[in-house]
Design a binder for this molecule. Sequence first.
Ligand code: FAD
Ligand code: ZN
Length: 472
Amino acid sequence: MNPDRPSLTSADLPDGIGRVLVEPADTAGFLTDWRRRWTGRALAVVQPGSTDEVATLVRWCAAHGVPIVPQGGNTGLTGGSVPDTSGRAVVLSLARMNRVRAIDPVNDTITVEAGAVLASVQAAAREAGRLFPLSLAAEGSCTIGGNLATNAGGTGVLRYGNARELCLGLEVVTAAGEVWNGLRGLRKDNTGYDLRDLFIGAEGTLGVITAATMKLYPQPAAQVTAIAAVASPHAALALLQLARGLLGPSLTAFEMMSDLCLSLVARHFPDCPKPFADAPPYCVLLETSDPESEAHAAERFDALMARAIEDGIVSDAVVAQSIAQSRRFWALRENISEAQAAEGKNVKHDISVPISAIGDFVERTDALLARHFPGIRMVVFGHLGDGNLHYNVSPPLGADGDSLLAQQDAINALVHDAVAAADGSISAEHGIGVLRRDELPRYKSPVELALMRSLKQALDPKGLMNPGKMLA
Ligand code: FAD
Ligand code: ZN
């Protein structure tokens, strides 16, 4: 350390930046990630109440060479939202910036501050008679800023797209502490480089998102939720094709789960429904949203199922008879991660391949893993309609989770090489953070990495925005 320049403390922070937290009891929750895999230290956790306060803080950090870690709900799964262990960084929590600034039901847009919790944005849209379709299991805690910074997906991507596709405009505090107001509610705007798209999915490495204008949709008149039994991912794909053909844009969710997923949920969440007496190898949770009526929705759905059974694609199906039952079906899907965690340590992969390649990918990778790691158990589930699977693995029955973790790098390489061979992505919705940072160079071309570094250098020349995340 330079003795002429004593290190900064929280007492050096300027006025006009909002609430400053420094006591360990107050800051602890901001320094460890959701899965408790990474714990860092910070100069302070700062919670600005306005865009101006964010800008004041960022300008001070730029002047003093202090790294900034933006944080929303801290539900990210790749370690991007917590600082390193140096204690030099400021955690910039957007939690207090949670207001709805405007709803325009005619333009079908909502403008919210970045710290607004996703579920509260859904509720604000609902109160205005509209639908905000982004939906994921962390929606009670994650924020719009975090959703955009990770380009979150979730269960409605098939019909409505991911966070990027739902966003029309952003307000951003740049790494220099300037405010860019790009809160345009325009569906067409070809006036140069799309700056908005740069900040979406950037995981806080280019600037701080302080507000966003998001798209709204009509609320459906009726929804049907069902679980269908299929023999394989190939059969699930055949059902997807049939459902898209017969239902078109009414098909709003298409989630696949392997039999092991259902048995883990049954063991750890005994209150969850058991849709089939004999668990099929795979099943699909489908949801349709109908613009007309319940009768119309049921009629179209019954036609789909009749055809799928006649064609031998589906062996059995259970349709939810009430909203409560539909929620219970969704709980089955949403409890898989927790059930796997309750079972012990595991290794997760959040991969995507072209939808057409998913059947072969699962078959081939299952076989490879079984050959190289005898007894290993694949817990495969996810957003089949988006080509995105959570291809997780648990240790052999009775084996210790630590021995699985000791083989983690070899397992990751096997799965991710298979993904690359299928022209897929090693992170479909959770981002890179620190979890996948060192794997990225193996799967991105030197040209692509160099372009990413040029952008980082141009927008954050001092390297203070979430350093060490995404790019080493
Ligand atoms: P944080 O965790 O706080 O931050 C995530 C990243 O974004 C960090 O790099 C952070 O620095 C950056 N960041 C946060 N806010 C800002 C901002 N305002 N400006 C700039 N950068 C910012 N993801 C999916 O895509 N689909 C799912 O289905 C899904 N399900 C999940 C289920 C559970 C139970 C959990 C715990 C997570 C799930 N996730 C899922 C992970 C997902 O990334 C997050 O839930 C969510 O998008 C992150 O929002 P957050 O506000 O918690 O962000
Ligand atoms: Zn997911």
